[in-house]
Write a protein that binds this ligand. Structure first.
Ligand SMILES: CSC[C@H]1O[C@H](OP(=O)(O)O)[C@H](O)[C@@H]1O
Length: 338
């Protein structure tokens, strides 16, 4: 029997309450804009199924959603879901008793799972068709950042959903995924999804991205989003902005893939987006092992904002692919301001 030095495993953790979900989101055991909203709301469903809220479930729902929304400020999805669910619950409470209301809200929450996967499959297909329409070559090479796959959503993924759709069409030559320091969503999660599904993928360090664009015939850069605002400026994992600059320099189309649930028309531009700054330890250690001089000062913004002018390929949504300047018109009527 050969020595098994490393076992890379899938582990599941039960979340039994809103507080469990809040803590899992806060410490990034659960991460990814859509996944944060879905897991947050599902934790509420778990408590409602157990009768939480008693004779006043609306108050319990409101307080729970407010708490969950406070876990991480940049991604819009949890806040959007909280507002929409609260509106639904208040309307339902006018004609349903507490038990009926709880069941109605649980059904609304459970529907999020299917809605998200359906949105992601549409994003995947729209994105793949748009990228393929621009190139005569049989197959394409994509560069992506962070993790935007099944481990960041209810399934299939957004930017990685585009990669999945290209792969399903046998039109993906290769996807280059950045390790995405400091939390390594790319090396730990995207690489895991790609290997598990036999998607041709190459892991690179973040610092190799510009060189990869120059040397590896990249067809397009496709990234996810945490908050796309009215003018198309997009907050996404830190490092996205410099990818967009490098893509511009190399004449490579830069796409953002995001469901309408990741869009926030209440904000005019990226200047209005709150950027989460995370603990220094994420940079100075890995799994508790120090990798930096003790006492060094650290700046650890979890996201940056890519100006809409650099999103040259377009914004891929479940409604289609739009230029940043077209986004607000495309989404108006489907989305209301937060
Ligand atoms: C479809 S996931 C969107 C987005 O969320 C990730 O951030 P985090 O891992 O900190 O939750 C990353 O920015 C992805 O692009």
């Amino acid at each position: 029997m050969t020595l098994e030095a490393i076992r890379y495993r899938t582990a599941y953790e039960e979340l039994r309450s809103v507080q469990d979900a809040f803590e899992a989101i806060k410490c990034m055991k659960v991460r990814g804009a859509p996944a944060i909203a879905i897991v947050g709301c599902l934790s509420l469903a778990v408590e409602l199924r157990a009768g939480a809220g008693g004779d006043d479930p609306v108050t319990f729902i409101r307080e729970s959603l407010c708490h969950l929304t406070s876990a991480r400020p940049t991604a819009v999805n949890m806040g959007r879901a909280a507002r929409e669910l609260m509106e639904f619950a208040e309307n339902e409470s006018m004609e349903k008793n507490s038990e009926q209301l709880r069941e109605s809200v649980i059904a609304w929450i459970e529907d999020m799972l299917e809605r998200d996967v359906n949105d992601n499959r549409k994003i995947g297909n729209y994105g793949a068709q748009h990228i393929l329409s621009g190139v005569p070559r049989a197959s394409v090479t994509i560069l992506t950042h962070c993790n935007t796959g099944s481990l960041a959503t209810a399934g299939y993924g957004t930017a990685l959903g585009v990669v999945r759709s290209l792969h399903a069409l046998s039109r993906l030559k290769r996807v280059y995924c950045t390790e995405t320091r400091p939390y390594n969503q790319g090396s730990r999660l995207t690489a895991y999804e790609a290997v598990a599904e036999g998607i041709p993928a190459t892991l690179i360090t973040d610092s190799m991205a510009a060189l990869t664009m120059r040397e590896m015939d990249i067809t397009a850069v496709v990234v996810g989003a945490d908050r796309v605002v009215a003018n198309g400026d997009t907050a996404n994992k830190v490092g996205t902005y410099q990818l967009a600059i490098a893509a511009k320099h190399h004449g490579i189309p830069f796409y953002v893939a995001a469901p309408s649930t990741s869009c926030d028309l209440s904000l005019e531009s990226g200047r209005d987006i709150i950027i989460e700054v995370r603990p220094s330890e994420e940079l100075t250690s890995i799994n508790g092992v120090p990798i930096a001089a003790p006492g060094i000062e650290v700046w650890n913004p979890a996201f940056d904002v890519t100006p809409h002018q650099l999103i040259t390929g377009g914004i891929i949504t479940e409604l289609g692919v739009f230029l940043p300047s077209e986004l607000q018109a495309a989404l108006t009527g489907r989305l209301t301001a937060l």
